[in-house]
Design a protein around this ligand. Sequence first.
Ligand code: NAD
Ligand code: TYD
Length: 350
Amino acid sequence: MKKILITGGAGFIGSHVVRLFVNKYADYKIFNLDALTYAGNLENLKDIENKANYVFVKGDITDEKFINELFAENDFDGVIHLAAESHVDRSILDPLQFVKTNVIGTVTLLNAAKNNWKDAMEGKRFYHVSTDEVYGTLGDEGLFLETTPYDPHSPYSASKASSDHFVRAYHDTYKLPILISNCSNNYGSHHFPEKLIPLAINNMKNKKPVPVYGKGENVRDWLFVEDHARAIDTIFHNGKNGDTYNIGGFNEWKNIDLINTLCKIMDRKLNRAEGETATLITYVKDRAGHDLRYAIDASKLNKELGWSPSLQFEEGLERTVDWYLANEEWLNRVTSGDYQKYYDTQYDKR
Ligand code: NAD
Ligand code: TYD
């Protein structure tokens, strides 16, 4: 039975990856390692928590002794590393936490893998899940390719860029078998409501102002989270050792157009008059260093490994809104406590 360590499996994308692997690969034992920060939630995995091939391990990727022991005890066949601090606005408030988790945490895992696998690298895989934000920002034209030079602007993207460099350095220096993917913005169920789409759905539902930074003209490429999980499965199994793959939705939206589309869906779902939800849109002070446009060219992944997104955006958004409306308790629980403190710090000054 292969032992696969997935870090950050209680978070948004990680929970979808864990679910896919546990359900699809009965012959793998899946270890979900997560520190359960504000963003990690074991409720995300209720449907698979009792499966025989699933184990949850609570722990911190920056805890060197604990990580070394975990690797020594289990001799993992592969690692899929998603644990991270993931929100740009929080990285502006507290950059050092992003260096600790995203840089030191990643290097701690790399070291443990290198030391544990040193005599038997063959067949092992250290897969690092990263973001398109490492490439910086685009003007009206062009797409990010795997060869686009790194040019991060936020503390979040700088910390992810740094971790990507370390992963490549371990490949070049120690021959660690690695894979990296850089994905565009994800959306879907179990997304923490600090990010644009779930925050907007939550505020629309509660008739609270929907904050749009600047003029709402920034562009993001959106991918349904289950399509990202499928891409990770494809790359983990078929990707070429040492290679990088861009993952994207071929689906660019200006923030304001996306918010207006969501408003229309919410009017319909909540039996509101046409245009009622859109009255909640509130333009607020722009994010510092706000990247104008992200757009991914994912054609390498399509050509070499046959992956493509499965879902149209409108259908994905409908499914996402339906999930949030049906899971009010989940939403209420994750927005109680510390969430309110963060929300007040982040939005009161705007
Ligand atoms: P998330 O914030 O929802 O989840 C992160 C998870 O990591 C949480 O469960 C948290 O408890 C855990 N974690 C944080 N610090 C930890 C630590 N020190 N030790 C162990 N666990 C820890 O993030 P997400 O949106 O699911 O993103 C997952 C990964 O995908 C990240 O590496 C992120 O950079 C990358 N990514 C995200 C997106 C996106 O749109 N969300 C897009 C591209 C890439
Ligand atoms: P976000 O979901 O934070 O993802 P990222 O910054 O990693 O792309 O934000 C998506 C876009 O939405 C980004 O251009 C910032 C903008 N935004 C708002 O306009 N209002 C908000 O309240 C948030 C959280 C984001």
